[in-house]
Design a protein around this ligand. Sequence first.
Ligand code: C5P
Length: 323
Amino acid sequence: MYLKGIDSHLRVLLRLKMCIFLLAVTTAGIFLALLKSSELTEWIQNNLQNTCQCVKCFSKEDEFLNRYLNRSIEPFLSANADLSEEEFKWWSHLQSNSHNFSYFKATIKTLFKIIPPTPVFEKPQTEGCRTCAVVGNSINLKGSHYGPLIDFQDVIIRINYGRVKGYEQDVGARTTHRVMYPESGSTLDNTTHLVLFAFKIRDLEWLIKSLQTGISGKQVKPRANKNLVMVLNPAFMKYVHQSWLESKGKYPSTGFMTLMAAIHFCDEVHVFGFGADSSGSWSHYWEKMKGKNFKTGPHPGKQEYTIIHKLAAEKTIYFYNGV
Ligand code: C5P
């Protein structure tokens, strides 16, 4: 009688456990079904990968940032990146592109036989707090004495021809990443990352040829450490243009896309060298403006500057006005 009582108790307990288990499995199933794979990636990135340990990290309080930020879009291409045909079409209209999507995919495949399958990021000096300096080429850096502050960051990203030699006091001496495209290509030392901003398939081919043979037609042939090469994701360019800039201008400037990429892969972003001169032109700190009518070219300079200021006003980024 007594044993029978225990037996029925155990059976009830077993059923209860079974119910809890089934409930957990069903809940997980519903949860996964509700989140499509891209949304799941976004959810994981937003909630589980927030490992930032800086004094101030990107958070829910960065209201302006969160209105536009989409962490599911990778800033850099990787070997298994799945660019959609629609994203390719958007990208291929930026500059003259005569090749189709399959040709693009084949080119990417060849490229990733040479460069690492996923972009390489060195560990920051302080675990969990990668600090970055994005150095634009504005004339406002001249006489700024920002050099030591720039050099203090873990990652120092310079763009195109941004000079260093002779300008160390104002722009620092270290460069960890150099953004370029064929028209602004240069040779790098063995420790600097070449960050290619490709606007057409020919730009990717230029990189492949340069890394393979060091020869690339008439254009400057960059020599760089193959293991440190990274390529901006065309889908990321589209996202920056359509989400952040609401499709204003032809496409975002190199500097603005660099800043956006930094927001995606850095924990703390310090911004230097952004801002037009008194005539509204993007003049450089090392030279006199050549084409006075260039202004900000095909890029929505004013829009970009407004966004940068909003991010700075909310203390999402550290912005340095210069002189
Ligand atoms: O002139 P360049 O394109 O090499 O400059 C790199 C970036 O720096 C630009 O794409 C732009 O975003 C930024 N810039 C700026 N103000 C300037 C010069 C450049 O904001 N006066």
